[in-house]
Design a protein around this ligand. Structure first.
Ligand SMILES: C[S@@+](CC[C@H](N)C(=O)[O-])C[C@H]1O[C@@H](n2cnc3c(N)ncnc32)[C@H](O)[C@@H]1O
Length: 476
């Protein structure tokens, strides 16, 4: 196995990456927020399914948790070669629950948690984020892998957003399990302002006043009220399931110190990474979609400027690009859009946008109106008709960008040139209205010929700038 690399993003399945790249006892803090479609009706999760996986993967990430051949194989591995107590538990759960989405989820999680336990330092901590749909099963598994005596907290993250129900009490919390690898773990007690003390009738004299004359900085309890990332929140990037920065900042401060290594194996749009970077920790992020990887690269750059980071697992040459396209054309699309800093439209496509895969938004005149370069990505055979289609969808936009894995034909190039130019009023400059770029050219550094980007990111919002902490402060 290689030496541990930090400040690195890995594209791929975390199980494989953990096994191949992350050495034993090398990580100080792990936070994981695995996907599970818990908004589904609880009963539906228990319905047995035949293992047919949907091909449709245009969404940001799919719930991989169905009882497929892969779940069956992983189950077999855990029961036959996993730690004995873990195998026994999983075997018993399998008998009790059956072969359904719940069991598939538990099996997939168990395989990953065994690896996460292996890579954690003896002084390290793991925080697993889930919700009441699965938390009771997950805790059984964590107890077997980490040892019940290493359970430290069940943290309730309470938020106010989301709907209410007339049939039950409104569901307003997630669960975060905090386990350590041993009794010798780092914990930096956190404090918070306690405004609730008055409400509950505690005596004021029991609490110290701070310099503002307010009292009660008390040790943080295991119920955290932190606003979720709502539609009007400044930090919102548009990635489903984005977790609030304050939540990750608190975890990072509590269970690591400067220079430590923080790992998020399901890192989505990278909230853990941003918290780690801000607090001067080293970090490793893993995600199975190029959408997330691209978004994280942009988020890190928007938040901290051009800091050195490495991305592992992205295609580096034409053969790699072909392999990715062959494996999964949506992932190819996300990756290709990332090459020109276009934001994927994903499922948001409506009306005229149906024919496009991504957009680059720019402002090039005094009115401040955002204009678009719309982008189509093709991984298969291409013909002049495809360029005509792009012309049609780009008719109300400034530019149309055609990215192709296969080389364009002469009629395609002629068709593109015949479309004419876009004149940028702000820069008083002409740009070809329809531009064809091959993946090979992009890999060689060719870029879209367009007005400079003064503001990037509209499909996913631009992340606000984050300043790196100098010394640690109390969380609020
Ligand atoms: C719930 S989201 C995490 C959100 C994240 N905490 C944030 O604040 O943005 C789960 C992420 O796990 C990724 N994922 C799912 N299965 C994975 C796997 N096997 N390996 C790596 N990443 C995976 C998904 O692509 C998704 O981005």
């Amino acid at each position: 196995m290689d030496k541990l690399k930090t400040n690195v993003l890995y594209y791929g399945d975390n199980l494989k990456i953990l096994r191949e790249h992350i050495p034993d006892n090398s990580i100080d803090l792990i936070y994981l927020d695995p996907p599970f479609n818990s908004k589904k009706d609880y009963n539906i999760l228990f319905k047995e399914n035949g293992g047919v996986e949907s091909e449709a993967q245009i969404k940001a990430f799919t719930d991989t948790w169905h009882w497929t051949q892969s779940a069956q194989n992983t189950y077999h591995d855990i029961v036959t070669t996993g730690p004995l107590k873990v195998g026994q538990l999983i075997g018993a759960l399998h008998d009790a629950i059956g072969q359904n989405d719940v069991m598939a989820y538990l099996v997939m999680m168990t395989a990953r948690l065994i690896e996460l336990h292996r890579v954690l330092k003896p002084t390290g901590s793991l925080y697993l984020h889930c919700d009441p749909t699965m938390s009771h099963y997950i805790k059984l598994i964590l107890d077997q892998i980490f040892g019940a005596s290493n359970f430290q907290n069940e943290i309730i993250w309470f938020y106010k957003t989301g709907g209410a129900s007339a049939k039950r009490f409104a569901r307003k919390h997630d669960t975060i399990f905090f386990y350590t690898k041993s009794g010798r773990y780092r914990f930096n007690p956190q404090k918070e302002k306690s405004y609730m003390m008055h409400e509950y009738g505690f005596k004021k004299s029991n609490f110290q006043k701070d310099e503002l004359g307010q009292y009660s900085w008390v040790y943080t309890k295991d119920v955290w009220e932190i606003p979720a990332v709502g539609s009007a929140t400044k930090e919102r990037l548009g990635y489903p399931t984005q977790k609030p920065f304050d939540l990750l900042e608190r975890i990072t401060k509590a269970s690591s110190k400067e220079g430590d290594v923080v790992l998020d194996p399901f890192c989505g749009c990278g909230t853990t990474i941003v918290a780690a970077q801000k607090l001067n920790r080293r970090w490793i992020g893993i995600d199975i979609t190029h959408l997330a990887i691209t978004l994280m690269k942009n988020r890190i750059q928007d938040s901290f400027g051009n800091i050195p980071i490495e991305v592992i697992g992205e295609p580096e040459d034409l053969a790699g690009a072909r392999a990715l396209a062959h494996q999964d054309r949506y992932q190819f699309q996300y990756w290709a859009l990332g090459l020109i800093k276009a934001r994927p439209l994903g499922e948001k496509k409506k009306g005229a946008d149906k024919g496009i895969d991504g957009v680059i938004q720019f402002i090039d005149d005094a009115s401040g109106k955002a204009k678009r370069a719309v982008v189509q990505v093709k991984s298969g055979h291409v013909s002049v008709n495809a360029v005509r289609e792009l012309k049609a969808v780009a008719v109300h936009d400034a530019l149309g960008i055609f990215i192709t894995l296969e080389p364009p034909t002469q009629p395609m190039l002629t068709e593109a040139v015949s479309t004419g130019i876009y004149h940028s009023p702000g820069w008083d400059k002409d740009y070809p209205k329809i531009q064809i770029l091959t993946i090979e050219e992009l890999l060689q550094g060719k870029t879209v010929d367009m007005p400079p980007l003064t503001q990037t990111g509209i499909t996913f919002a631009k992340a606000p700038k984050v300043s790196t902490e100098e010394g640690e402060q109390l969380s609020m």
